[in-house]
Unconditional design. Structure first.
Length: 117
């Protein structure tokens, strides 16, 4: 069964930090490169960060480079994905989602991040 559960969002002041977590269950995620995406009100969903299955490499959107760090733990049938966010800005306000980096067939409910100025 495929399931994506994001957590860790909240309300934080500008300059603050949050750590998002995601549990991605199902074989479809087991060997996949994974990513975080976000969608702000009135905007399209956008790429934030991604990490290879081996966790050897990661890449980031220019807007979050140097502030966000993606990581993962691979269990038998579940991938645990994390996004450490520091120096948060009001423009980081969005619903954050985790899913496969490519072939994004599945989406969870997301977790809301709100950064106040």
């Amino acid at each position: 069964q495929v399931q994506l559960v994001e957590s860790g969002g909240g309300l934080v002041q500008a300059g603050g930090s949050l750590r998002l977590s995601c549990a991605a269950s199902g074989r479809t995620f087991s060997n996949a490169d994974m990513g975080w995406f976000r969608q702000a009100p009135g905007k399209e969903r956008e790429f934030v960060a991604a990490i290879r299955y081996s966790a050897a490499t990661a890449d980031y959107a220019d807007s979050v480079k140097g502030r966000f760090t993606i990581s993962r733990d691979n269990a038998k049938n579940t991938v645990y994905l994390y996004l450490q966010m520091i120096s948060l800005k009001p423009e980081d306000t969005a619903v954050y989602y985790c899913t496969r980096r490519y072939n994004q067939d599945y989406w969870g409910q997301g977790t809301q991040v709100t950064v106040s100025s």
